[in-house]
Design a protein around this ligand. Sequence first.
Ligand code: R5P
Length: 302
Amino acid sequence: MSDTAPKSSAMLIGFPDTASTVEALAGACGISCETIELRRFPDGESYVRNPAALPDHVVIFSSLHGGNDRLVELMLSARTARRAGVKRLSLLAPYLCYMRQDNDFNPGEAVSQTIVGEWFAGLFDDLLTIDPHLHRVGELANAMPVSNTCTLTASGVISDFLATRVPDDALILGPDAESEQWAKQIAAPRSMEYAISLKTRHGDRDVDVDVPEIDITDRDVVLIDDISSTGNTLIQAARQLEGKGARHVYAIVTHALLDEAAMQAMHEAGIEKIWSTDTIPHPTNVVSVEPVLHQALQTLLS
Ligand code: R5P
């Protein structure tokens, strides 16, 4: 076998907008890759065509941000792969959607996390994702009854990035109880101080955040979170820091779903810079999760 021959017979496939990521990842792991053909029918529905020949093990790469179309397209590709005889089907989704509605807070509400989880369980043998929102369920397997679930984290690469931007005495500040795991992991390598706020959500755009009393005079503060969408969680946290003498206030999130208006409002609340990982393509991307994905894929294939 030549040095350039694939090391595993598995294939990584992905949609056209992630072709370069898929190619780089497959190359690093020594497996083959192909792009799933995707286009719109004149009525707006999705046309999906898998590579004609698929091996027994296929890994589909799809970050599930930006609405419902990706879910439908993923389902079409997954079912088509099974019909073509694929025996093991894995999903590598850097961002997993529909994870935040994890309860029926009002009668009749769809618990989308459970429903999407059961849907995935019917499609995939393995599910790998980064920093999924697991507030009330604890483990990914509780939300997604897929045979093999793997929760990855961007905390390590975020920590490495922050080491180039903020000093050791910076405060890592999480907005709510769930963020403690990430705050702790991000702070650990440099033994930085971290703190957790108390969050009360009243509605999609209405949230209260109580930041603990900590002396931040002449210190940098880095607000962290798994997801930032409307930006209001971090805005409320930032507002409480106003006038307390912080040198710089920054925000870094794993999954950035923010639009222009949200980013503007975050800056107006005193957040100087907004940083994110590239689990979702976004203007704030500064941290690559490629090392995290690479390692996870190697383990999956071993
Ligand atoms: C929820 O608890 C998450 O961890 C985030 O804090 C939340 O999704 C952020 O949403 P937004 O930016 O809309 O406040």
